[in-house]
Design a protein around this ligand. Structure first.
Ligand SMILES: [Zn+2]
Length: 66
């Protein structure tokens, strides 16, 4: 079961962001969906996740120190 969590990034230099809704990795080169919220860009695996985020953004954003 633990082996599933050991995925490695494929390809050097590829950048990923984590979809805050479903926590999938989203490639930055060609993201299926994204949104700018409070000056930050969030990337999503699909338009569905983007819409869920739009409805309740604070539910998905984890405030990090600052
Ligand atoms: Zn998603």
């Amino acid at each position: 079961m633990s082996a599933f969590n050991m995925q490695k990034f494929d390809g050097a230099g590829q950048s990923f962001e984590i979809d805050p809704v479903c926590e999938m990795k989203v490639k930055l080169q060609n993201p299926p969906a994204k949104i700018v919220f409070q000056g930050r860009t969030y990337y999503f695996c699909s338009d569905l996740c983007r819409r869920l985020f739009e409805r309740e953004p604070m539910k998905y954003i984890q405030m990090e120190g600052e």
